[in-house]
Design a protein around this ligand. Structure first.
Ligand code: PLP
Length: 358
């Protein structure tokens, strides 16, 4: 089966096989990794190795902390304002889709959010325009954005010209998909269930000088300073998820790291978008400059064929292609673990479906 789910999404089969083998007898302990103390030497070694490997993969500078914590992506819609702002502070936001919009609502509980850029249209297609430097209020506590919108399939490569205002990026659906310069960001956070591991785990990368700004009422479990000081062991961390994330990081290193996986991702995305663009039967609503290489929503010219498309695709082992309920149509999520073969099989099926129904 080729699983195009947007998340929880497919993991590398080699990782799942290793986890299966180790489930009942991890490191000859006679137990699984989820049954041992998070403070024991064995688990601490797993935790440290995962952090070292992630640092290597993303070239994380030494003045950044890497946290493995709880609550997926959404927890950090709240944790970011609770760590970086006071109630009277302004937080700036770019809204390029559903998730960055959700982050604005949550921030509104803790500070004064201001939207300085929204999805617009260019050539009749969805497009995200970079805000000008003048639109970025230098007194703001931070600027939040989502470089890859999972639901809408909108992505952008540019970074806002924010001066001294810390950039905060929700990278839940694009982390580790291509190289980025971590030193340009204040905080990067991601729910794990796309390119890292099981849902519920969050990975946070936070610059040193942003720690210690949390409010008195910030729950300790969300306080990045508390988590950094305790090496993410303020409470019992999601140990199995952390272990599995570590296996995924090792897999990525063996695949040649983030630069290599980026080439693979570009090839998969090109294959799928070419198939969409070459046909009148399929259509993408996203401007080519803002198309995600992770989540590819597309529409059939005749939506009454949607159900038939999904049923016949599933019969061929191509599953979880139904678009998000906000967008409709189809969505193929092609995260790091999806093979080029999977995408080629989807494209073959699309062409065949068009021949039969078009
Ligand atoms: N941000 C983005 C970009 C997402 O894709 C998602 C979930 O898919 C979330 C946030 C929310 O993540 P979670 O469900 O782990 O809270």
């Amino acid at each position: 089966v080729f699983n195009f789910s947007a998340g929880p999404a497919m993991l590398p089969p080699a990782v799942l096989r290793q986890a299966q083998q180790e489930l009942l007898n991890w490191q000859n302990s006679g137990c699984s990794v989820m049954e041992v103390s998070h403070r024991g030497d064995e688990f601490m070694a797993v935790a440290e190795q995962a952090e070292t490997d992630l640092r290597q993969l993303m070239q994380v500078p030494d003045n950044y902390h890497v946290l493995f914590t709880h609550g997926g992506g959404r927890a950090h819609f709240a944790a970011v304002p609770l760590n970086l702002s006071k109630p009277e502070d302004t937080s700036l936001h770019l809204v390029s889709g559903s998730w960055s919009k959700g982050a604005v609502s949550e921030a509104g509980k803790f500070n004064q959010p201001k939207v300085i850029g929204e999805l617009t249209q260019k050539d009749g297609l969805d497009f995200m325009q970079q805000p000008s430097a003048e639109e970025i209020d230098q007194d703001a506590a931070y600027l939040h954005f989502c470089p890859n919108e999972t639901v809408d399939g909108v992505a952008f490569d540019w970074l806002p010209q924010a001066g001294e205002v810390p950039l905060v990026a929700d990278m839940s659906s694009c982390i580790l998909s291509k190289p980025i310069d971590v030193s340009r960001y204040g905080v990067i956070y991601a729910g794990a269930q796309k390119n890292i591991g099981p849902s519920g785990l969050s990975v946070v990368i936070v610059r040193d000088d942003l720690l210690g700004r949390a409010q008195k009422y910030t729950p300790s479990i969300f306080d990045y300073n508390e988590l950094a000081t305790t090496r993410s062991m303020y409470n019992t961390p999601p140990t199995f998820s952390w272990y599995l994330a570590g296996l995924v990081f090792k897999w990525l290193l063996n695949e040649g790291g983030v630069a290599a996986i980026a080439k693979h991702n570009e090839a998969k995305a090109a294959c799928l978008y070419n198939a969409i663009d070459q046909s009148d039967f399929y259509r993408s609503q996203i401007h080519p400059e803002c198309r995600s290489i992770m989540n590819v929503p597309f529409q059939l010219s005749d939506p009454s064929l949607d159900d038939l498309f999904l049923t016949q695709a599933a019969e061929q082992g191509l599953v979880a292609l139904k678009g998000h309920r906000f967008v409709g149509g189809m969505r193929a999520s092609i995260y790091n673990a999806m093979s080029l073969e999977g995408v080629k099989r989807l494209v073959e099926f699309m062409r065949d479906f068009e021949r039969r129904q078009g």
